[in-house]
Each structure stands twice: as C-alpha cells, then as structure tokens.
Design a protein around this ligand. Structure first.
Ligand SMILES: [Zn+2]
Ligand SMILES: [Zn+2]
Length: 529
C-alpha cells in the first residue's frame, strides 16, 4: 500500500485521478440494502489483502486527525482508542462518520461514500439510540450471497437500533457467532463481511446447524417490525434533499394535526396513544426536540400514516397554517363559547372529507367502517353525517371490490373443483359423487353447481360399476349352486332350491331374486324341477 493504484477492471472506478486505494463501487446506493461504511471499509481492506484494522489506522485515521498515526501496534484496542469505543458511529452522522467519509473519499477518489452513512439524516433525526452497539447480521443473506457468487457485504440497515429483522428475509438478525459464541463490535481489527471478527468463522446460516439463532418475537412485535422495515426502506430511498430543516416543523405540525383530529386537542390523549409521556409530546409539537428514529416509526405505526408523509414540508405547512388560523380564531372568539363547537365541527368535517376523498384513491378500497376505525370512531355514523355523498361512493367502491373478490374466489374454486373431479373420473374403482363431496367437505349439490356434466359422468360411471359388480356376484353364486345341484343329482337326489340351499357357503343368498331365477331356469333345462 505504499504505492498508488489505478486499476481498470470491473467494479473499479476508471477515474482520471489516480486513487491511493482501489476505488471499489459501493453496493446499493439509494436502495434499502445500501452497504454500510464499515462494510465498505472492510471490503476495501480485503481487496488490499490487509486486516481492516490495519487499513483504518494506517490509511484512514491519519486523514481524520494526523495524531492518529500508526504506532506499530496491531490490535483492535487501537481502534477503540481512536474511536473512543464508539466504532458504530462510523455508520452514523457524527464527526467520526464525517471524518471517515472524507478520508475514504480522498483515498478512493469517489464522491458517493457519504451515502453509506446516515449523514443525510443529520438535520432530522435524533442521534440517541440510533445505532446498535454490537454488530448484527443476517445469516441467510450471507449464505445467499455466497451461493450466488456475489460480494459479501453488510447493509447499513442492519446497524440501525430499531431494526431487528432482516429486511430481505424477515428473520431476526443474529449477533452471536455460532463458533465462539461471542458478539462482535461494529468495527474490529479483523472485521470482514460474512465472518466473525473474533474467531474468523463463517457466519452464513449453514454455520448455525447446531445452534439455530433465536428467531422468535413477542406477539405483536412481528407486525411492528414489518412496519419498521417499510419505514426504513422509505427513509433510505428518500432523496437527500427531502431532509431539510423544515422537516422538524413538518413533524411538529403533523403531530398538532393529529392532536386536533384524534385527541380532541389533549396532549395526554396523544401521549397515551403513542405510548409516551405528555412532556415528550409537547416538546415534539413545539419542535423543541426531534423524535428518535424509533419514535418517528412508532408515530407512523400508531397513527397509521406513511413514513414519508411526516417529512412532507408542503403538507406540513398547509396543516400548520390551518392550525395557526384556527388558533387565532380561537383566541378572537374565546368569549363567544357557543360559536366554537360549530367551528370545530366544520374543521373536523373538512378533515374527515379529505380523508374520505383520499380513501377513494386507495387500493384495495376500504369500507366506511374501516375508515371510521382508523379515525378511532366507534362506528361510521359521524362520517355519514359529515360527508354522506362521499361515504356512498366509498361504500360503492368497496362493494364492487368485494364482488370482484368473490368472483375471483368462485373462479378459483371452480378451477379447483374441475381439476379434482377430472382426477376422480380417471380413477378405478370409481367413487360415488357423495363420497367425493364428503372427502372435499362440501355438499354434492355444490359440486353440481360448478360442474354439472362432470358430476353426471361420475354418477353414471359409478352406477355402471355397481351393476357390473352385482352381475359378477350373481354369476359366482350361480356357479356354486350349479355345482351343488350336479353333486346332489350324482348322489341320486333330485336337486331343488331347498335341497341346494343348506350346502351353500351362505345359504340365505339363494333367496336373491336374480340368482334364484337363474337356478330355476337351469333346473328346468335339466328337467330336475
Ligand atoms: Zn437476510
Ligand atoms: Zn466467532
């Protein structure tokens, strides 16, 4: 690494400048699976065949601060001293991340390295509880990358404290090595995607053959985690200019808006709904503090809104204006108490109307009851009072949707029944339609309502089969009687049905009409009767 490199090959930037380190392409920029800065640095070290720690202290750290020079020590302790036990911060948006991004960009002649950190979020998200203090990984992802001969890397999302599931596999992220049973720091001397930095063992799912990682969550947590994945996806895919100082204002005004519509203006209601303290809610509303990422995600989950909506400054401003004008109005008409409820009702009506109008664009179309439940109304009557016409349209859309769903279901069921009946039709011995229906757990008439002609064929087949079986049985009985008659005659006894009957294997069967008729005919033919 004492010389500079410029290599023209796949994945390496063909920059005019000669970069000191290989200019490897970062993975997934602008996507949910965007690589983390630590992962990128580890891959860079692997490409140069040196331990990650060595690359960091020899090349990166001196560019962050010249006094972090290489002193000849080669252990993870140096890293922790440099980064003050906060190696996870390299993926975040503080000074460490900023310094490391600058250093790596200088060394690789790239300009996209900041996308591997949370630097873009600096203005909008609170630093507290943002990053995991331990390395977390998805063993399925490692295995899959290896099987598909893709580069092993670690997405930035895995390092977020809020995310406990792998966004790709929806399975809990692991943090204990199956070989040495130890956890890993986010950045270590031997950090390498796919491998334990302590024992350097493979971390793919096949390494967990004996110890399956704990893949269970408390009830309800799964749902929240799936919602969390969606929010993180939205966040990582949002263009960097979505995060402006206005965001704080828009989050505050969104909370105000919900306070008015859901909690009837009471902080305590909103605090209860969000599972937080009243003081917290007040501070958020006033824009005094920015909610943590976990709180933002929780707000979206509890208030059932899309994550990007929180960051929409225009919408936020409009709502803010509405709120401001309403506040002014309240102040001016504070004394005329009788007038206030009417105004408040109008405000609510506007809100409900706009929510119902938005619902008209939703797919699948919700029912009015669904929307009422979202707005925490006990039933849908207030919605019908506020906007009867729109409610009718919402209901109509929902009905059409239900009808379509029923149609689709019927079509699928019809196809299934046809396939099953065709299969039974080819089987021997054939089954009765009643038997088939009971096997399928339906009534024969249901089968007939879908496939009348197939059902008829099945019934005909079955009754032909029954007749054939009966004929065969009569023939067997007749053969037995014939032999007994001949034997009796041979002994000088005139065979009659009553004399034959006791010698038969089942004497009563001589009473059967068909076999009896045949026997009488036989006896007459031989003039024994
Ligand atoms: Zn995964
Ligand atoms: Zn290990």
């Amino acid at each position: 690494m004492n010389e500079s490199y410029s290599i023209n090959s796949a994945g390496i930037n063909q920059s005019q400048h000669v970069s000191r380190l290989y200019s490897i392409q970062p993975i997934g920029c602008g996507l949910l699976h965007v690589e983390s800065l630590i992962s990128y640095v580890s891959r860079l070290a692997t490409a140069h065949c040196v331990p990650t720690g060595l690359l960091v202290i020899k090349e990166i750290a001196p560019l962050i601060n010249p006094k972090y020079g290489f002193s000849g020590e080669s252990c993870g302790g140096v890293l922790n001293r440099i980064f003050a036990n906060e190696t996870s911060a390299l993926n975040g948006f503080g000074n460490w991340a900023f310094g490391t991004v600058n250093a790596v960009e200088k060394l690789t002649c790239r300009t996209d390295i900041s996308q591997l950190t949370l630097l873009n979020w600096k203005k909008v998200i609170f630093n507290r509880k943002l990053l995991k203090q331990q390395r977390a990984w998805c063993s399925f992802c490692f295995k899959e990358s290896l099987d598909n001969s893709q580069s092993l890397y670690e997405p930035l999302s895995w390092s977020l404290e809020v995310l406990k599931l792998c966004p790709a596999h929806k399975t809990p992220l692991s943090n204990i090595c199956p070989h040495c049973e130890k956890g890993n720091r986010p950045l270590s001397w031997y950090s390498k995607p796919g491998f334990c930095s302590k024992c350097r063992g493979w971390l793919g799912i096949d390494a967990y053959t004996y110890k399956v990682p704990n893949l269970k969550f408390k009830a309800g947590e799964d749902d929240e985690q799936l919602h969390c994945i969606k929010c993180v996806n939205d966040l990582l895919c949002m263009p960097p200019d979505s995060f402006s100082v206005k965001t704080k204002v828009s989050i505050a005004s969104h909370l105000d808006h919900f306070l008015e519509s859901l909690s009837r203006g009471k902080d305590s209601h909103l605090a209860q709904l969000l599972g937080t303290s009243v003081t917290q809610v007040r501070k958020w509303r006033k824009g005094q503090i920015t909610p943590t990422l976990a709180s933002l995600i929780n707000i979206c989950y509890k208030l059932q809104i899309d994550f990007p909506t929180l960051f929409e400054p225009i919408c936020g401003e409009i709502i803010g204006k509405i709120y401001e004008s309403e506040k002014k109005h309240k102040e001016s008409s504070e004394k005329s108490v009788s007038y206030r409820p009417i105004k408040k009702a109008t405000q609510k009506q506007k809100l409900v109307t706009s929510i119902l109008e938005t619902a008209l664009l939703e797919n699948p179309p919700p029912s009015v009851d669904d929307i009422a439940a979202r707005l925490k109304y006990r039933n849908s009557s207030p919605l019908y009072v506020f906007a009867p016409e729109i409610c009718k349209r919402v209901t109509q859309r929902h009905k059409i949707f239900l009808k379509e769903q029923q149609g689709k279901f019927k079509e699928q069921q019809g196809k299934f029944i046809r396939e099953v009946l065709e299969r039974f039709l080819g089987e021997y011995p054939p089954k009765s339609l009643e038997n088939i229906a009971s096997e399928l757990g339906v009534k024969p008439r249901t089968l007939r309502s879908y496939e009348r002609s197939l059902c008829k064929q099945i019934s005909n087949n079955y009754s032909r089969f029954r007749t054939q079986k009966k004929d065969e049985k009569v023939e067997v009985l007749f053969e037995e009687m014939k032999q007994i008659a001949q034997s009796l005659y041979g002994k000088g006894i005139i065979p009659t049905p009553s004399r034959i009957s006791p010698h038969m294997s089942s004497p009563g069967s001589i009473l059967r009409l068909e076999s009896r008729k045949k026997l009488e005919q036989f006896l007459q033919e031989n003039e024994w009767f």
